[in-house]
Design a protein around this ligand. Structure first.
Ligand SMILES: Cc1cc2nc3c(=O)[nH]c(=O)nc-3n(C[C@H](O)[C@H](O)[C@H](O)COP(=O)(O)OP(=O)(O)OC[C@H]3O[C@@H](n4cnc5c(N)ncnc54)[C@H](O)[C@@H]3O)c2cc1C
Length: 373
């Protein structure tokens, strides 16, 4: 039986426990919840005992097997990184997309192509405002996509734009989001509650790899002390052993050790099991040790179709990835799961907390041992 709840349960079980990841799945659905400065805030009480806000939240019950079945129509094949059809290295051919993209510009290239050829009519992307606050944006013109390339590492309410958007004449929407946002989309799909979101029009989901995201307010206060009021351009994270956050402004690039920004990681990220957006059509991240190349995990036919077309029209180039690298990716993904389960245990959830995990997945994760993999 699925857990049911309304705004009160969301408030007690997620907001008050600081598990909210500000994904925006509960925002723009009713007048009682709003996203403000990177936080979800309650404006009024609501007495409903079942609500979409609770049902869609990625930090209320997540039945991993059920969501997997709903998206892929079968059980998961790979316990570490979810279902895969193929995993490749890729980068944009277009130099502007490659340079403005966070890694290799693959996400922006695929979204641009989908809009250009009409396989989607609108895309929900995330823009970073000048004050660094991320927010969801509906894009219908392929030329706009490149202006939103890049990542800010701050969590933001992207899905608010989907919920609040007007898509009467559009039945093909793409969404780019973090793993929590992709999970929320899967929960919208399986929800038995009256829709009132355009989830049935979402035909393509592109998930970003994510180890953690930052809390807007505390992180930006810290950053302003470090880099002043200068306009922030690209932000990037260097791979181990360096592990730095590089923040580029007009005048300099600040090199900030990741340990200094860890206090600003959202605590809702500590209990997240998903590094590779396992419920997306395509998942995209970096290739550690191969600068400017994306890792692309193709999970569904919709994902395969857009990637193959991008290859065919010469919008991206792909290459196979070394077995060593794939092993490392699986290990990193399993480590995130292991840490999340340990964090849940630390919070007193002996039964996995909000997560319903198939036993074989739980055994696989815990086989990491106390030191992790
Ligand atoms: C918070 C965060 C954490 C990440 N952690 C990792 C990691 O641990 N390992 C890893 O390999 N990769 C991670 N990534 C993904 C990586 O930074 C790149 O986004 C990815 O490699 C795609 O690169 P690209 O050049 O194809 O993207 P681009 O072509 O530059 O497109 C990036 C897209 O990301 C969207 N976007 C930007 N910021 C956000 C946001 N805050 N929330 C939702 N969508 C956003 C934009 O709409 C844009 O369309 C993370 C990204 C974010 C935002």
């Amino acid at each position: 039986m699925s857990e049911k709840g309304g705004l009160k349960s969301l408030e007690n079980g997620v907001l008050a426990k600081d598990l909210c990841v500000a994904c925006g799945a509960c925002a723009s659905l009713c007048p009682y919840l709003r996203s403000t400065d990177g936080r979800i805030v309650k404006l009024h009480d609501c007495d409903l005992t079942e609500g979409r806000c609770f049902d869609y939240c990625p930090r209320t019950e997540v039945d991993v097997a059920k969501l997997h079945q709903a998206v892929f129509g079968r059980d998961r094949r790979d316990l570490d990184i979810g279902s895969t059809r193929r995993v490749v290295g890729a980068r944009a051919i277009d130099l502007e997309l490659r340079n403005r993209g966070q890694t290799g510009g693959v996400v922006s290239t695929l979204v641009s192509l989908a809009l250009e050829e009409g396989s989607v009519q609108a895309a929900i992307l995330t823009e970073r405002r000048a004050d660094l606050l991320p927010r969801g944006r509906i894009v219908r013109d392929s030329r706009e996509v490149v202006t939103l390339a890049g990542s800010g590492y701050v969590a933001g309410p992207t899905l608010e734009a989907l919920n609040g958007g007007s898509f009467e004449n559009e039945d093909r929407i793409a969404v780019v989001g973090l793993p929590c946002q992709i999970t929320a989309l899967a929960k919208m799909r399986v929800s038995a509650l009256d829709r009132r979101t355009p989830i049935d029009q979402v035909v393509l989901t592109i998930g970003l790899f994510c180890t953690w995201a930052l809390s807007y307010g505390p992180f930006v206060d810290f950053l302003r002390k470090r880099v002043g009021r200068a306009e922030v351009g690209k932000m990037d994270i260097t791979p181990p052993p360096e592990r730095l956050l590089l923040v580029t402004t007009d005048s300099e690039t600040s090199r900030i050790p990741l340990d200094e920004i860890r206090p600003f990681v959202r605590s809702g990220c500590d209990v997240c099991l998903d590094m590779t957006a396992e419920l997306a059509d395509l998942s995209v991240g970096t290739v550690e040790g191969r600068c400017g190349w994306n890792t692309v995990i193709v999970r569904t036919r919709a994902g395969e179709e857009i990637l193959s077309r991008a290859e065919a029209v010469g919008a991206i180039e792909t290459e196979s990835l070394a077995e060593d690298y794939l092993g490392h990716l699986r290990e990193a993904s399993r480590l995130k799961k292991y840490r999340a389960l340990k964090a849940l245990e630390g919070k007193g959830y002996t039964d996995g907390g909000y997560l319903r995990l198939p036993n074989r997945l739980k055994r696989r994760i815990m086989s990491c041992g106390d030191e992790g993999p």
